[in-house]
Design a protein around this ligand. Structure first.
Ligand code: SF4
Length: 106
């Protein structure tokens, strides 16, 4: 949790918007199928994206989506979560061009 605390503090300093620490630490939930996903086998255990979007993402052996973004606010939080990904593993395979211009799609 010390690593998560350091990441939380860094995000709060850098973004100006305090993220929450209500991260879903889950040992059973698989990633929810959908347009947003996290590429497997790249995790370095940074834990940053779930800090940015705890209502959408959790942390297991890597971060994952437990809820697909649906509202504008959720999409924005998912984009910000992707921007904090240290391994650039958050992907988008949907058709929203505004998201596709910000998030890796391959
Ligand atoms: S962003 Fe990458 S390194 Fe960080 S928790 Fe997610 S998969 Fe792991």
């Amino acid at each position: 949790m010390n690593l998560l605390r350091r990441i939380f503090d860094r995000l709060r300093r850098n973004k100006g918007t305090p993220p929450t620490t209500d991260i879903v630490l889950d040992s059973t939930s698989p990633e929810l199928e959908g347009d947003w996903y996290v590429e497997a086998d790249t995790c370095m255990s940074c834990g940053a994206p779930p800090i940015q979007a705890p209502d959408l993402m959790g942390l297991r052996d890597r971060c994952y989506f437990h809820k697909q973004p649906s509202s504008e606010a959720e999409v924005e939080r998912a984009c910000k979560a992707a921007e904090t990904s240290c391994c650039d593993a958050i992907r988008y395979r949907g058709s929203d061009e505004r998201v596709r211009s910000r998030i890796r799609t391959d």
